[in-house]
Design a binder for this molecule. Structure first.
Ligand SMILES: CC(C)(COP(=O)(O)OP(=O)(O)OC[C@H]1O[C@@H](n2cnc3c(N)ncnc32)[C@H](O)[C@@H]1OP(=O)(O)O)[C@@H](O)C(=O)NCCC(=O)NCCS
Length: 429
């Protein structure tokens, strides 16, 4: 979530040289390390995940057994009642079209969602962002699952699913994207997360979907990919003040500000916000581009409109078109601020996160430099990107630095060999 100050400068190269078997090995080591060093089996470390249809950490998969781990269930065999909770809790469906209930989800996440390892920053997804992220085409209220206390009706946990289609090594698979799993800090380590995960799985299975995709900072059985966050300072002074970045060796603040300075205006003529007239052409451009990656998302036109039409403070998308009006290039980023925990001057850090980018008429590097300029104009403090798709190709030139955070991608009920980040064409919010 923040720059890794000890690793700056030359890690970009080191990271890109890690091979797929090495990634698998690294993930195994990390799991053993996280359990205290001795050799333990997945089932003794992961009491819950070892019971789920996911590849186990010690498992060797070959191309031959790729695909579903468990066959689809008969609707009759799917449990009809919700999983039991302790008597002081009850299930709830969060109606995010109701302003008050959306606010409850926002408040739960604002105070309890993902933090960096040093508890300096916590994701602060805005209400309008959650409204967008949870109302993807085909969304269902019963997939916005909450837990309340029986006595005060306070919302204390949440998990969500939205429908999606992904393409894994040429095969289209209907999935749900699981997101916003969150348990109130006071209720941690009580094995509530497995109940939430089993309950959302039951509700999704009831609708005939048996695969899911999700991401987590932690290592669980078993990542299909391990990606790293990279950060590009837009407002270095503030980033240093809040402890997101540090002054480099032999650097002064004024030299640092100069180093990260950007042109005031965009340098690519014709770059304009995506508008409804270009949806179909822009979607086609992205769809064609994403076929390059072993694991990617497939957007219908309706989904593409939902995810890419610009919404202030949520999603930004710009395109270039040729003389015939065909979209040739696309950049997009979403807004995900973080709360700065315990800082007297700053409460908030405004971060733009790279979404999907396609360059065909200009170099990707100049397109992304223009993304930085646009993000700076919008008042963002930092521009973040994972090292997936072709992102690594522009990190160095555009002065991105590796962060301290990794993001692991997971598939539920689908066996697939580990992929390097450059084979990933999927960004989850
Ligand atoms: C993630 C979170 C919901 C887990 O809850 P918890 O109270 O710490 O853990 P519980 O005792 O309920 O459950 C532990 C089980 O959940 C698993 N788990 C922990 N984090 C998980 C995650 N992000 N995704 C899936 N499973 C997770 C653990 O591995 C463990 O299962 P195991 O025994 O098989 O290993 C909670 O820590 C939280 O809200 N954290 C802040 C928000 C966050 O990180 N959300 C996840 C975003 S990816």
């Amino acid at each position: 979530m923040k720059e890794n100050n000890t690793l700056q400068n030359n890690t970009d190269q080191q990271h890109s040289n890690i091979s797929t078997p090495e990634i698998t090995q690294l993930i195994r080591q990390l799991t053993v390390q996280s359990s205290g060093g001795e050799q333990l089996s997945t089932s003794s470390i992961h009491k819950f995940w070892s019971t789920q249809p996911v590849p186990q950490l010690e498992e060797q998969s070959t191309a031959l057994d790729e695909g579903p781990i468990e066959p689809n269930k008969d609707p009759e065999d799917i449990r009809k009642q919700p999983f039991p909770l302790l008597p002081q809790f009850e299930w709830t469906e969060c109606d995010i079209e109701n302003q008050e209930e959306l606010e409850e989800v926002y408040q739960l996440l604002n105070a309890n969602y993902v933090e960096d390892d040093d508890s300096m920053f916590r994701f602060d997804y805005s209400g309008s962002f959650l409204y967008w992220a949870l109302r993807a085409p085909g969304w269902r209220k019963d997939w916005h699952v909450g837990v309340r206390t029986v006595s005060s009706k306070r919302l204390v946990a949440f998990i969500s699913a939205i429908p999606s289609t992904i393409c894994i090594k040429g095969q289209q698979v209907q999935v749900v994207e699981i997101n916003f799993l969150c348990i109130h800090k006071k209720l941690r380590n009580k094995r509530l997360a497995p109940v939430l995960i089993k309950e959302i799985t039951r509700r999704v299975n009831q609708r005939g979907i048996f695969q899911a995709v999700y991401t987590a900072g932690v290592v669980l059985p078993r990542p299909v990919a391990r990606c790293r966050y990279y950060h590009r300072s837009l407002n270095p002074k503030k980033l240093i003040q809040v402890g997101f970045s540090r002054l480099g060796p032999r650097m002064t603040l004024s030299r640092t500000i100069k180093l990260y300075a950007l042109p005031k205006d965009i340098t690519i003529v014709g770059l304009e916000p995506l508008s409804p007239q270009q949806l179909s052409s822009a979607r086609d451009l992205l769809a064609k581009y994403l076929t390059r990656f072993k694991l990617s998302i497939s957007f219908s036109l309706e989904e593409f409109s939902h995810w890419f039409l610009p919404r202030k403070n949520v999603i930004y998308c710009y395109i270039l078109k040729n003389e015939e009006g065909v979209v040739t290039d696309l950049i997009s980023f979403y807004e995900l601020p973080s709360t700065v925990i315990q800082h007297e001057k700053y409460k908030n850090l405004r971060a733009a996160y790279s979404f999907y980018n396609v360059a065909t008429s200009v170099p990707l590097e100049s397109l992304m430099q223009n993304a930085l300029i646009l993000a700076k104009q919008e008042g963002f403090d930092v521009f973040n990107a994972l090292d997936l798709m072709e992102n690594e190709t522009f990190f160095k030139q555009l002065k991105f630095h590796p962060g301290d955070g990794f993001l692991h991608y997971y598939l539920y009920n689908w066996r697939c060999s580990t992929l390097p980040p450059s084979e990933m064409g999927l960004v989850l919010l």
